[in-house]
Design a protein around this ligand. Structure first.
Ligand code: FEO
Length: 173
């Protein structure tokens, strides 16, 4: 495997790993606040990011590279409020999108069209994740701290299913 591509993919492994840990910290915080639906959503989001990381690790190894399992910085323990959690989540996803775009750019520079093709899955995934974070933030703005609204919001998130997890469950069935 081309060394530049291998380094770029391993850097992306680290980003997905740190996303997973970051959302896990958010999930744990939400659980402590009694927001069980939001916590379930964030635990699943964290699993989703771990799946993104594993997919990259397997791809690197299958293509003859060496995947590196990274250590990541400890995420925060406290968050200001729920809106702050989802603002940070969106900000984080925007950074992930830009790093995915850099990997895609490196693939084009190195004429590695197989990895370029593989990365398109991540490009689409980012579109969905950014849209989801924006929708959630819009809802929180509408609710504006109203207790009944927050109850409904938390219940809605409890029932949210990630498409990839539904697909994985379908494949296992
Ligand atoms: Fe795997 Fe949310 O980026």
């Amino acid at each position: 495997m081309n060394a530049r591509i291998e380094n770029a993919l391993n850097a992306q492994v680290e980003k997905e790993c740190s996303s997973s840990q970051y959302y896990l910290a958010m999930a744990s915080w939400a659980e402590g606040q009694g927001l069980n639906g939001t916590a379930r959503f964030l635990y699943r989001h964290s699993d989703e990011e771990r799946f993104h990381m594993l997919k990259l690790i397997k791809f690197i190894n299958e293509r003859g590279g060496k995947a590196i399992v990274p250590s990541v910085p400890q995420p925060p323990e406290e968050f200001k409020n729920l809106a702050n959690v989802f603002e940070l989540l969106l900000e984080h996803e925007l950074q992930v999108t830009s790093s995915i775009n850099e990997v895609v750019d490196t693939c084009l520079q190195e004429k590695d069209y197989t990895t370029h093709n593989f990365m398109q899955w991540y490009v689409s995934e980012q579109l969905e994740e950014e849209a989801l974070a924006r929708t959630i933030l819009d809802k929180l703005k509408l609710i504006d701290g109203d207790k009944g609204g927050m109850y409904m919001f938390d219940r809605d998130l409890e029932n949210f299913e990630f498409v990839d997890q539904q697909n994985q469950a379908g494949q296992q069935a």
